[in-house]
Design a protein around this ligand. Sequence first.
Ligand code: OXD
Length: 306
Amino acid sequence: MRIAVCLSDTKPEPWLEALQVALPGAQVQLWSPGLAAADHAVVWAPPQQFVDEQSRLKAMFNIGAGVDAIMKLRLPPGLQVVRLDDAGMSVQMAEYVCHALIRHFREFDVYESEARQGRWVFRRPLERADFPVGIMGLGVLGERVARAVRQFEFPVLGWSRTPKAIDGVRTFAGEARLGDFLVATRVLVNLLPLTDATRGILNRTTLSALRPGGYLIHIARGGHLVEEDLIPLIDSGRLAGATLDVFQQEPLPAEHPFWRHPKITVTPHASARTLRRETIAQIADKIGRLERGEPIAGVVDPARGY
Ligand code: OXD
């Protein structure tokens, strides 16, 4: 069995070594044009040429949370694209969201700046009930985040394409309920997959619908946010601010105004890093199952795009 590895922006050597250890009977090879046809592929944002050349693949395993970079390629019919089933991502997302939410709600950003001036000043406690947290996208990641936020006793709402029931979460489904979800939300957390239906979903209209003092925590894909709409909404006081981990262009260009805006916190697409050990164990297990003709979880539905 041959495994082709094609990882953009990622050092391949540790992946090749660890995959070889996990799959001792396989021939694990770094892809370069002309490589012999493989049975399975392990990829991050592969080029179209990779897919065109590797025409005998049974499955293509993505090593990140989002599969949008693969789904925009021309894929042969029948190729199974497989996403990670969590593999240590969701707990990191939950940490990130809880940190951003609590930093904003408890005004730790204000305390940080007071402390730098040697000022001992208390802030009046805010009401948790006034900070309903709305999570867009209720898959494995969204559900984990919802449960973590719930632990801190914030009201939690969720919006997804199809109806979902999560204990303690007020859920809304479909385009028709998006407006109801937004008007009930103050802190909006975006965890949606990027598809044609969700591109640009965070824009002047949707963000203006949030409760007064709305705050955005955006950790999905840059393509969800109409970036030029954000700063005017914050500067006019319609939104209180944002914590952003993903951008239209990454790395975020040095001259981008998000870097310097006092009410925007920027992180470099770091909300959840792929954990190599967990990811490889999961991929090796799934390759074994496929080779034995068993079903696997996490196969992307091409019609949905995730
Ligand atoms: C992603 C990732 O999909 O970093 O964004 O895993």
